[in-house]
Write a new protein. Structure first.
Length: 220
């Protein structure tokens, strides 16, 4: 009788395991990338914190490579990327920074192209498993946490933690660590998807009295 019960229990366990949906970290990350690939455009509120500095803004993205961030803090600061050129307006310094950038630079991680580049250059793992956990202690927001580790020392970040809303497959938070232990944190919330953002939103005429600095990333 004991052997029969043990066999029955084992059989039940095997059947249950066969029906359990086990999704690998790579498969889950691909589903997130596919979600963003299916978006024509989106808007999202954005908080950025790094090295004691905090910034807030509203981001607009449109396929394939249009990105604009209008900051409320610092007030009136603008970040604009059209797939070929990056423009940053710094009102406090009356400066316009411009830089030609390769389209595959991944200027915005929270896009299909940015996520594809991460899959290429980083290995992916669950932080604790595929079950959702609170975004942080005391939070009611549940997320699936992925940890990405760089494949070579050439990458700017040693690791990147991506917190993903499990139902929508949208990114809620990104925390990227540098070799010097610096942390860049990006919080995304209040998404608005496929609203038909016009191309005119990505046209920007900075103040004429601002000073222009071209190729600022290469300047001494």
């Amino acid at each position: 009788m004991k052997k029969t019960l043990a066999f029955a229990a084992l059989s039940f366990l095997l059947v249950a395991m066969s029906f359990a949906q086990v999704v690998t970290a790579n498969e889950f990350f691909k589903s997130v990338s596919d979600k963003y690939a299916g978006l024509k455009d989106y808007e999202v509120d954005l908080d950025i914190s790094t090295e004691g500095r905090n910034m807030q803004g509203h981001a607009s993205y449109k396929m394939p490579q249009l990105l604009r961030i209008d900051f409320s803090s610092p007030a009136n600061q603008v970040f604009l990327f059209n797939g070929e050129e990056l423009l940053i307006y710094l009102p406090n310094q009356a400066a316009i920074l411009e830089q030609k950038i390769s389209a595959d630079s991944g200027a915005n991680v929270a896009t299909a192209q940015g996520l594809s580049l991460l899959r290429r250059y980083y290995s992916v793992a669950y932080e604790t498993g595929q079950a959702p956990v609170p975004l942080e202690e005391g939070s009611s927001t549940m997320v699936v946490n992925l940890i990405l580790y760089r494949r070579s020392a050439a990458e700017s970040f040693t690791s990147i933690k991506i917190s993903i809303l499990p139902d929508s497959k949208l990114i809620r938070r990104i925390e990227a660590k540098t070799p010097s232990s610096g942390v860049y944190k990006f919080d995304y919330y209040n998404y608005k998807l496929n609203s038909g953002i016009p191309n005119e939103r990505f046209q920007y005429d900075p103040p004429s009295n601002a000073n222009n600095y071209n190729n600022f990333l290469l300047s001494e």
